[in-house]
Write a protein that binds this ligand. Structure first.
Ligand code: IMP
Length: 199
């Protein structure tokens, strides 16, 4: 089965975060009329899956079924090799209810110290899923590998950016020019794959 999206289609973005919807619209080069799950008053499902792909699909399917529109959802996070992939799908939850990433980054540092390892390798992942209300779905995943560094460096990014140095670079994502990050990030790589699959 070939699934394609027609330009101008109405697409619901399964996020309650207007900033994320804007970013997705830009990446999709404003080809679609986007509405957010928040604007439609759709409930936010619990992210109960153990993989980024699983959670992105779960969110896209829930939004497509509730709205009757094609839905796009993402799930992303940081995985640390020596911590067996943690925080992974719990990346946002490690920052606690106040979404305090100083706490989350300190937790990563403490866990690495406890693990008594020299392996500081880690990767960011981003899964993107598109689901149709009648059932079919497409899901892709992008990844960027790198190394963790402490103490944190740079305040240009968000989340775990200040402790992550992408492979082949000297600066953390927190120090890097945001447009340079956007060109090579896990999200950019996932979007390239999604575009190839759908557009
Ligand atoms: P989501 O909104 O459920 O996908 O949660 C993803 C979490 O992973 C965010 O809260 C961020 O902390 C973290 N994350 C994902 N992508 C990035 C990134 O590019 N830089 C830093 N942190 C990220």
């Amino acid at each position: 089965m070939v699934l394609k999206l027609d330009p101008g289609s109405r697409l619901v973005v399964a996020t309650h975060n207007p900033g994320k919807a804007r970013e997705l619209a830009q990446i999709l080069e404003n080809r679609f009329e986007l509405v957010t799950a928040g604007e439609l008053g759709l409930p936010e499902p619990d992210e109960t899956e153990q993989t980024f792909v699983g959670n992105a699909l779960l969110k896209a399917r829930a939004a497509a079924q509730a709205s009757g529109l094609v839905a796009l959802a993402d799930d992303s996070g940081l995985s640390v090799t020596a911590l067996e992939g943690q925080p992974g799908v719990y990346s946002a939850r490690w920052a606690g209810p106040a979404r305090d990433f100083d706490i989350a980054m300190r937790k990563v540092e403490e866990r690495l110290e406890e693990a008594e390892t020299r392996d500081a390798s880690a990767w960011f992942s981003c899964a993107l899923a598109v689901a149709w209300p009648d059932g079919p779905a497409v899901v892709v995943e992008g990844r960027v590998d790198g190394t963790l560094t402490f103490p944190r460096r740079g305040d240009r990014g968000f989340g775990y950016d200040p402790i992550f140095i992408p492979e082949g670079f000297a600066e953390t994502f927190g120090e890097m020019d945001p447009t340079a990050k956007d060109r090579m990030s896990h999200r950019a790589r996932a979007f390239e794959k999604l575009k190839a699959a759908l557009l």
